[in-house]
Design a protein around this ligand. Structure first.
Ligand code: AMP
Ligand code: MG
Length: 410
């Protein structure tokens, strides 16, 4: 690795480098019902006119508007069409057909009058209109939404519930999507024990594997947990080689400058080209990114949980999106009023766990959560975002406008 790849690079540059190196995963065809969270590898067109027929928008009577140019017209009721059926006879002058919402408007009729604007005769054979009719009233014309062949979803769109609804209406029961990326997660450190253990002596629990697995699963990735690797070259090499078989590998710990931080050395030995190994983020400075010849993306995240989380949100998440053809999905910063205080930012952008809420006036506020540093995961328990202080930001106090990244729904 050249000297420049070890120099501190801005978060924006780090994101650009990651996105420049990401490769698309393979494409497969899947049932729409299994496609939630996946990304379209094709555009979807609607196979029919929508609606496919002139459709009643109200429960009422279909009639000829020329028969009811003023209130008071009386019309014979000749038929009843419910949704899912069609009228047997056309609507002729002086006639009306009872119709339900969603049913096809019978031929001859050009208006639907709401049932509450009519009065039945005692024998039920005719109606008197309380209102005048006009052509097109309460009718949605065939192809009013769109004509057959119209593109309704583009390649590269993530299929959330709304897009699933659109694809379903367009008749796309099978869709071509990018496969779920597969990511391996590896925790490193002689101090780590599994979460079902009570740490003794110098041990701590491995909370990063569950955290990273949860982040990845939430982003639609299939996760392979490689457990805990010791801080030695042989043990690390074995685990890393295995992880390099996947589309991505997230390693936590072992990327700093300590005597036991063997990850960069082992990665290089395993054929990973490291593209950068220091990012101007606080926490998160020792973050590393590399790729193999076959395109596996390797993220070396610092061991401290918050540092690893920052690296995940800033780099891993956008990479996962890009692997599925969604480029430019770097976290967006928006403005909120600060509750609490923030120190000035130095030569690194700082990320502070925050609770971001809308106040009564609908404006966003960001409360800096109590946090004892990058090793303290507990502030994250009530966080739904970060307060971001770009490089060189002055100190900020209560009420100041600050930038935030929202991580979850608020
Ligand atoms: P490192 O980046 O390897 O120097 O790790 C820095 C610190 O992060 C360690 O001293 C641990 O306190 C903490 N740490 C490392 N790995 C984990 C992990 N998997 N889960 C929780 N904390 C960790
Ligand atoms: Mg370590």
């Amino acid at each position: 690795m050249s000297e420049s790849k070890q120099s501190l690079i801005s978060v924006a540059n780090a994101q650009r480098i990651v996105l420049d190196h990401v490769q698309l995963v393979a494409v497969e065809s899947t049932d729409l019902m299994q496609a939630l969270g996946l990304t379209l590898a094709e555009e979807i067109s609607c196979d029919i006119d929508m609606p496919p027929f002139d459709k009643a928008m109200m429960d009422g009577f279909a009639l000829r508007s020329a028969d009811a140019t003023a209130p008071g017209a009386t019309l014979r009721v000749i038929d009843h069409v419910a949704a899912g059926s069609s009228a047997d006879v056309p609507v002729e002058a002086g006639a009306a057909v009872r119709i339900n919402t969603g049913a096809p408007v019978p031929s001859g009729a050009d208006a639907v009058i709401r049932i509450e604007d009519t009065q039945w005769s005692d024998d039920g054979g005719s109606i008197a209109l309380k209102v005048a009719a006009s052509a097109g009233k309460n009718i949605c014309d065939r192809a009013d939404y769109l004509a057959a062949g119209t593109v309704v979803l583009s390649k590269g769109m993530r299929l959330g519930p709304s897009q699933i609804a659109v694809a379903a209406a367009a008749g796309a029961s099978q869709v071509s999507v990018y496969k779920r990326p597969v990511f391996a997660v590896l925790a490193t450190g002689n101090e780590l024990v599994d979460i079902d253990q009570i740490p003794t002596g110098a041990q701590i629990r491995n909370s990063n594997t569950p955290m990273l697995a949860a982040l990845l699963s939430d982003d639609g990735v299939d996760v392979v947990s490689l457990g805990i690797a010791p801080d030695d070259v042989a043990g690390l090499t074995k685990c890393i080689q295995y992880g390099l078989e996947c589309d991505g590998l997230c390693i936590s710990g072992g990327v700093s400058m300590g005597a036991y931080d063997f990850v960069p050395e082992v990665l290089t030995k395993c054929g990973v080209e490291v593209h950068f190994h220091k990012m101007a983020a606080k926490p998160g400075k020792p973050t590393l990114f590399g790729t193999t010849e076959k395109g596996t993306c390797v993220f070396g995240l610092p061991g401290n949980p918050i540092s690893a989380m920052v690296g995940y949100w800033l780099l891993v998440r956008p990479a996962i999106a890009a692997m599925q053809g969604r480029t430019g999905e770097v976290p967006k910063m928006i403005e909120a009023r600060l509750i609490g205080n923030q120190k000035q930012a130095g030569d690194r952008a700082s990320y502070w766990p925050a609770s971001i809420e809308a106040d009564e006036g609908g404006r966003l506020t960001a409360s800096a959560l109590s946090w004892r540093g990058s090793g303290d995961p507990f502030g994250m328990g009530s966080a739904n975002g970060w307060i971001v202080r770009p490089t060189g930001s002055p100190a900020a106090t209560d009420g100041d406008v600050v930038q935030v990244i929202i991580l979850e729904r608020i």
